[in-house]
Write a protein that binds this ligand. Sequence first.
Ligand code: NAP
Length: 524
Amino acid sequence: MKRLSSYLGGAWQQGQGQTAVLVNPATGAELAEVAQCGGLGEALQWARSTGGTNLRALGWRARGEILGNLAKLLHGAREELIGIAVANGGNTRGDAKFDIDGAIGVLAGYAALAAELPEGNGHLLDGEAVPLHKGSKLRAQHVLTPRLGAAIHINAFNFPAWGMVGKFAVAFLAGVPVLSKPATSTSMLAARIAEIMLAPGVLPEGAFQLLLGPAGDLLDHVGPQDVVAFTGSADTGAKVRGHAKMLATNARVNIEADSLNAVIIGPDVEAGSELFDLVVRDCTIELTQKAGQKCTATRRILVPTALLGELKDALVDRLGAIAAKTGDPADDTHRMGPLSSASQLRDARAGVARLATAATRVLGNPERTAFGGVADGVGYFLEPILFEATADAALDASAPFHHHEVFGPVATLLPYDGTVEAAARIVGAGQGSLVGTVYADDRDFTARAALALAPTLGRLVLASEKIAGASLAPGCVFPVSNHGGPGRAGDGGELGGRSGLAFYLQRTTLQGGAAELARLLGGE
Ligand code: NAP
């Protein structure tokens, strides 16, 4: 069987330790294997010395041009990459495009941002110079410079392209070299993208390394100028944050973890309206795209009690049609593929059983085993599952649908009285989410809901009839928007245009005479 290679310390290596087999989650076919690698301390040191020096020698704009070139290279390999995502990720062609085009989009987005940054390669200004106190000739000016460490990126299985490349684009533009560790089960796509990135002449030496297989002792080698960006489960996130070396060095950490994302349907939305149709379309996409294995997928649907019956009927209808077309994504007529691994299916079924203790299942059979294009019992499929809670249960902050993220095509309808107060209470019971969406034409409701919900969310999408035609489903994260959320969602923040660079930059106050600072910094 083909063994995939890591790229560490300037050389491709196949690893010698414990091995793991990567499979097609629809058919169970074995595709490749990866093996644990050592020498991670040396790899990080190579990043800091060779990679960091090479990157900082380039300016913001030169780094941006390299990102733009990489976007073109990945675009050129798009069809091949889609094929890998279908085989190893269980992605439909549409799912695969979402991941791969998302990756290309972040490269292009940060390449465009770079064109707005200064010509130099040293620093960025953060705000303006301000007097130390009233009447003082002395000024304080915040400057941002690239940290001297390595960026360690640990990614989840669900977006092997977007997760790896998106994090890379931001770190690279900031001037910090990357060591990227994809989740093992879907790492074929990340491995192929890494080969493209590491072809001679594409990136400066040392700017990017790939670690396949387990993380091993990687975090034991973290240093005080390093940053660690993690995406995955809350449990692993807590281990990363609490790792003894992370605590001892105060290396920076960014965690993106579980999230019980909510949509809030305003009291003015009527069945059959354009906005109602948009809710149905978006909820269907968010439940079934990538078989619901999206950090931004909708898990809780807040619906005014009077609209519950019509919304339920419409969703059961749409999701039922997808359930009938769930199967091997290699067949283009199938609209949803499998979960990514046996353990994901096991976890999702256990999660469905947990939700069933507090809500009624109105669609879907978690034990179904017959799916399109494969023999009965083959593949890790789960059909779309919709729950409905009572209005009283929806207000119960201890209910499992507020705490347990089932990482699959599963959501719960939560009826509420249509007030902003109840909506904020229910959304807040999720203890911090990546994204929320308000669907309403009532401007007063939207304005009050936005202020009430914002502190518990990383991103809030405002959808109304006026923009229905141009609206994208809330799970779509653009490079200019923040990706991260408070509390349970990890309290992290990635992307967000220029603000995303801050994680990789050191903020220092330069304090001195106004004229001296102006001479020294001369604008950005
Ligand atoms: P996971 O098991 O936590 O794994 C995430 C990553 O951490 C993988 O690369 C994994 O490597 C690695 N890892 C595992 N143990 C580690 C350790 N002790 N030290 C360092 N790295 C370690 O999560 P997953 O199963 O891939 O992803 C599913 C979860 O991620 C879901 O619950 C979902 O909510 C969450 N998620 C969140 C976001 C977000 O942006 N907020 C996005 C996607 C997913 P191996 O694969 O080699 O074990």
